[in-house]
Design a protein around this ligand. Structure first.
Ligand code: NDP
Length: 479
């Protein structure tokens, strides 16, 4: 046995991760793929990596030093289960199986429980950063036991991205914690992308600037408080000219957004936990709306406002859009962190929210300067109930809210969809409200279902005899 780490699954992510591992001092990497061709190709194209190829699981196990550690990078779902089953057959107690794919965290909880019974350690690790991240340094979100982290920690630290001298990996928590946090990362990514898209759309329709000119706006924004990978690549995409038509590429790309499901998981999980991640939800639904051409086709003639968008002062408008984007982004992150907090409470994970924001500063898709501010907020107040109430964000929101309100009302008036901008603002105002119309909802619930209500002026649970004399009685608490 010569290898200290193995990779199973040599498609885009696995092969790049294997190369990343092999490039680090002291690592010898065993590789295996279901179909032999991918292994052969990787060996042929990267002889410098010194890979130890294995063409069966027995060979793979034999090539790994004990305790064995292997990272699975195959299609999420049943393929992952198939590979885990095969590895459990050939591994021994104390060995470590890492699933680096995009597993649903509840699958990870189930798998960890089943694998643990064999004495083998199972670690679900979220890995973000796509192909480039896998090769040059991803952000890694491992769950699993403390025992596995002892062996795995140094290996993962050696391949992770580095932000301000710190590796972008931390032991998130037990069993499914890593995949849970990766899921929310992707949800936030959906929101961030949708907000940027809304900003682009408003600027384009409001000022008539070309995509290349708007690319300059984003490049400029990338030098300020919005500095992030997604803003940076937005400028690149907008600047791209289509070779066959000579048009901006963004104008020839079909406007139907795809999704692989992690945004939907984030929203479904949030619904179960009762956490209002409205920005992420709107972003996910906006992709769904875009992908129904038949519905959009028959809806094109629906009445809209008589007046389109006219902007007097383009620079002032663009600055308003920037501030609206920044404020909505703060909301999206605040909601995402709220979901992680609620998930940790529900599944009994000890998640350090500041540490999570720090490992997202490099390697992953939502990497941004801004995450330092989130880390500061949790450093100062670890049990912060709502992230956006941290002093830094209160100041930023105070500075942005006027522009944010102008943009949301301008968009509504001109009939331009801005679902993530406007839902984020509604969330913000909902949180701020002294009284919410939830009181009326409690009244309605009590009317039709005798669901009872509480009063602001005395303890207890009450019900009004709606179909009787409408007097109030004390009732059993049925929520
Ligand atoms: P794919 O998700 O396309 O999966 C292809 C790999 O899965 C191949 O190695 C394939 O083997 C293997 N495979 C499929 N079915 C089986 C099976 N039944 N038994 C054994 N192996 C099987 O590869 P990616 O590299 O794109 O992604 C790998 C994982 O990483 C996925 O879970 C993905 O969600 C996650 N991920 C992907 C990112 C990306 O940017 N692509 C980013 C972050 C995470 P074969 O060659 O024999 O078909």
């Amino acid at each position: 046995a010569t290898a200290n780490i193995g990779v199973v699954g040599l498609a885009v992510m696995g092969s790049n991760l294997a190369r990343n591992l092999a490039s680090r001092e002291g690592n010898t990497v065993a590789v295996h793929n279901r179909s032999r061709s991918k292994t052969d190709e990787l060996l042929a194209t990267h002889p410098e990596a010194g890979f130890v190829p294995a063409f069966s699981y027995e060979e793979f196990a034999a090539s790994l030093q004990k305790p064995r550690a292997a990272i699975i990078m195959v299609k999420a779902g049943r393929p992952t289960d198939a590979v885990i089953d095969a590895l459990v057959e050939v591994f021994e107690p104390g060995d470590i199986i890492v699933d680096g794919g995009n597993a649903l965290f509840t699958d990870t909880i189930r798998r960890e429980k089943a694998v643990r019974e064999t004495g083998i350690n199972f670690v679900g690790a979220g890995i973000s950063g796509g192909e480039e991240g896998a090769l040059l340094g991803p952000s890694i979100m491992p769950g699993g036991s403390d025992e596995s982290w002892v062996t795995l920690g140094p290996i993962l630290k050696s391949i992770a991205a580095v932000a301000e001298g710190e590796p972008c990996v931390t032991h998130i928590g037990h069993d499914g914690a890593g995949h849970f946090v990766k899921m929310v990362h992707n949800g936030i990514e959906y929101a961030d992308m949708q907000l940027i898209a809304e900003a682009y759309d408003l600027i384009r329709r409001g000022t008539g600037k070309t995509p290349a000119e708007i690319a300059d706006v984003f490049a400029e924004w990338n030098r300020g408080e919005l500095e992030s990978y997604l803003i940076e690549i937005t400028a690149e995409v907008l600047r791209q000219v289509d070779a066959s038509t000579g048009k901006p590429l963004v104008d020839v790309i079909l406007d139907q957004a795809g999704a692989k499901g992690t945004g939907a998981w984030t929203v479904q999980t949030a619904l179960s936990l009762g956490v209002p991640v409205s920005g992420i939800a709107e972003a996910t639904f906006a992709r769904s709306l875009s992908s129904h051409p038949e519905q959009r086709e028959v809806s094109r003639e629906l009445p809209g406002p008589a007046e389109g968008l006219t902007v007097e002062d383009a620079d002032a408008f663009i600055e308003d859009v920037r501030l609206a984007l920044y404020a909505s982004k703060i909301v999206a992150y605040s909601q995402g962190f709220d979901e992680i907090r609620a998930g940790a409470a529900e599944y009994d994970w000890q998640i350090d929210l500041g540490a999570v924001s720090k490992i997202w500063r490099a390697g992953c898709i939502i990497r941004a300067q801004f995450l330092n501010r989130i880390a500061d907020a949790y450093d100062e107040t670890p049990d912060l109930a709502v992230l956006l109430t941290a002093p830094y964000f209160v100041e930023a929101l105070g500075r942005a809210q006027g522009a944010w309100r102008r943009i949301v009302s301008t968009a509504a008036g001109a009939g331009i969809p801005a679902p993530a901008f406007s839902s984020s603002l509604s969330y913000y105002d909902g949180l701020r409200a002294e009284r919410l119309p939830a009181a009326l909802i409690q009244g309605q619930r009590d009317f039709f279902g005798a669901h009872t209500y509480k009063r602001i002026d005395k303890e207890g649970t009450f019900h009004t005899l709606w179909s009787g004399d409408r007097s109030e009685i004390e009732a059993e608490d049925t929520h």
